[in-house]
Design a protein around this ligand. Structure first.
Ligand code: NAD
Length: 347
């Protein structure tokens, strides 16, 4: 039995997502994603917002991230399992969906492992455009795993970074990132310590994976005037920065009820002042105010960023062949005769 049009939902596989990125160009897509994310941060107040629903285990976490702008609903399924890479699996995998609020019918199902890397990098660079010191050209990139090259490219495409200094406790990861970044218009330096990676850097990105209160940056390593883009502290009991750094920084977050539980600020008092990034973008709160201030984007990843990324992909798919039609929704001739449809399929 052939499914009707009403049964079909466009599905973007990993293969098609990669084709779409190559078709658009990775840097153009990062810029496009940043524009969509920024546009949705500007209309932040009208979204349904809730901290993501997390299911924790000793090995990692599985999370659901829903939101809606009243017309379109979206959610992402994502995991975080730092030990996965040892058995040949990704630390982070994801997929997500958009649906029409008016009918509840899904309008897009997509892989989001690659898309999450793109949206995380686009969000980081978009935040840095508002917070990093003017004229920043050099970024320290600490943690050279799956996310790292995306971060480097986004900071080049969106913030004008032209030098990256790579460090990972695993030199193999640094060598991989340096290889991948060759030919992308960045001057790449591989470093033997986090201190070395931070020499001359105006932006410091930490993007490590370890399920503990890690200290990737100690207090004495961070001088005044830098912007810190902290990506890897995103779960209860999983942080990257010494508390002393947090106390010297102006801290910017996505959604405080989620970040207070998951972000670097879980190490601080629950009423420690933070600024919501959307307010900086909407012009109702200041971003960077002085050259010697330390700004910190305490990123954990919020549902609206995934919603924006799916919205961007949906718009870019129009007129392309980068999707399959998936027979996802039952569509009986009489909407109330679901059982009849099942019986006829057996005959
Ligand atoms: N904030 C967000 O929106 C967001 C989105 C995606 C991923 N993440 C987080 O970002 C982190 C990185 O993700 P990934 O997919 O690149 O993970 P990954 O496992 O592929 O890479 C992590 C890297 O960190 C390195 N590392 C671990 N401890 C270190 C240390 N002490 N010093 C230096 N390097 C160290 C590892 O060797 C590895 O190369 C994860 O913690 C993930 O949960 C956050």
């Amino acid at each position: 039995m052939q499914p009707s049009d009403k049964a079909l939902v466009p599905f973007v596989s990993v293969d098609n997502m990669m084709r779409l990125i190559h078709y658009i160009g990775a840097e153009d897509m990062l810029r496009g994603l940043a524009e969509y994310i920024e546009a949705d941060f500007r209309r932040w107040e009208l979204f349904d917002k809730t901290p993501r629903v997390a299911s924790h285990s000793a090995e990692g976490v599985i999370e659901l991230m829903p939101t809606s702008d009243g017309e379109v609903y979206g959610f992402k399924y994502v995991n975080g399992h730092p030990k996965n890479t040892k058995s040949g699996l990704q630390t982070v995998t994801a997929f997500g969906l958009l649906a029409k609020v008016a009918t509840g019918y899904p309008v897009l199902l997509s892989e989001m492992t690659v898309l999450t890397a793109m949206r995380t990098a686009a969000t980081s660079a978009m935040a840095a455009r508002h917070l990093a010191p003017k004229g920043a050209r050099t970024m320290a990139m600490i943690g050279n795993g799956a996310q790292s090259e995306f971060q480097c490219l986004a900071f080049k495409a969106i913030c004008g970074i032209d030098k990256v200094r790579l460090y990972d406790i695993d030199p193999g990861a640094t060598a991989k990132a340096a290889r991948n970044l060759a030919g992308h218009g960045l001057q790449v330096t591989t470093c033997k310590s986090p201190e070395e990676s931070m020499e001359g850097a105006q932006i410091i990105t930490t993007c490590t994976a370890d399920k503990q209160f890690a200290t990737i940056l100690t207090d004495n390593m961070v001088g005044s005037g830098v912007h810190i883009n902290a990506i890897g502290g995103d779960c209860p009991g999983k942080t990257e920065l010494a508390p002393g750094i947090l106390k010297r920084s102006d801290i910017f977050v996505e959604y405080p009820p989620q970040t207070r539980v998951e972000g670097e600020i879980q190490q601080l008092d629950p009423d420690h002042p933070v600024t919501e990034l959307w307010q900086v973008i909407a012009g109702t709160a200041p971003g960077r105010r002085s050259a010697d201030q330390i700004t910190l984007f305490d990123s954990v990843g919020f549902a609206i960023e995934d919603f924006s990324a799916l919205r961007y992909v949906r718009d870019q798919l129009i007129g392309t062949a980068f999707h399959d039609d998936l027979d996802l929704l039952a569509d009986p001739d009489d909407p109330r005769d679901l059982f009849g449809m099942l019986q006829r399929a057996g005959g």
